[in-house]
Ligand binder design. Structure first.
Ligand SMILES: [Zn+2]
Length: 214
């Protein structure tokens, strides 16, 4: 009897994590190549995974941070992907979440990458210039992930050590999935923000540099 109870708990927990995991965002776009702003769609974390290539803690961080920031710009909950621009930190996971969810693209002056600000993103509404900075709360991300991550970027970790890092990242991802985004990230309004795109193309795509390690 005890065993059945335990199994039920495990299954319930699994279901709960997957509900959270499939968090959704409503977006609005134009409805054809020369269309009008009518096409409302729901996108979820699994859509983002397909675009990015894998599920990871960085992608989840990106989605949660954007949810927190975009709520300030679109209180009705529908993100206008024709009216949003974003500055992202250079992580491949954060940048992919940014362009997919906000619709920002560098070639249309609605996306650029910079290390020169605090937090993960700066998001701006194009119509009223309201600008939001999104910062990860202190103590949310285990520091060991960044210290090992930096060694991985320098290609100083063995295959086994990379797997240990993966386990730490997966544990952090589970934590993110189980907590509401506003517990992990904070949105701050910036007044009179000067959108100043600097187009750089020499950031390192850190999620592929160990791809042949075995
Ligand atoms: Zn990633």
């Amino acid at each position: 009897m005890k065993k059945i109870f335990k199994i039920t708990l495990v299954l319930l927990n699994f279901a709960f994590i997957n509900v959270i995991n499939a968090q959704e965002i409503k977006v609005i776009d134009t409805d054809f190549s020369k269309g009008q702003l009518k096409n409302v769609q729901t996108i979820n974390y699994y859509d983002l995974i397909k675009f990015h290539g894998h599920s990871c803690d960085g992608l989840l961080e990106g989605m949660q941070a954007l949810q927190v920031g975009l709520k300030e710009l679109y209180p009705d909950g529908i993100i206008d992907r024709t009216n949003t621009r974003v500055i992202s930190k250079p992580s491949p996971c954060l940048t992919d979440a940014a362009i997919y969810i906000t619709g920002g693209r560098y070639q249309y002056n609605s996306f650029y990458v910079s290390n020169d600000f605090e937090g993960l993103y700066i998001i701006q509404r194009i119509d009223n210039k309201k600008t939001i900075q999104v910062i990860r709360n202190k103590g949310v991300k285990p520091m060991v992930i960044d210290s090992l991550g930096n060694l991985a970027i320098e290609q100083k970790l063995s295959y086994e050590q990379l797997q240990d890092l993966r386990k730490l990242e997966e544990k952090y991802a589970q934590f993110l999935k189980a907590t509401p985004p506003n517990k992990n990230f904070t949105a701050k309004e910036i007044k009179d923000y000067n959108w100043n795109p600097i187009l750089k193309s020499d950031f390192i795509k850190t999620d592929i540099i160990n791809k042949n390690k075995n």
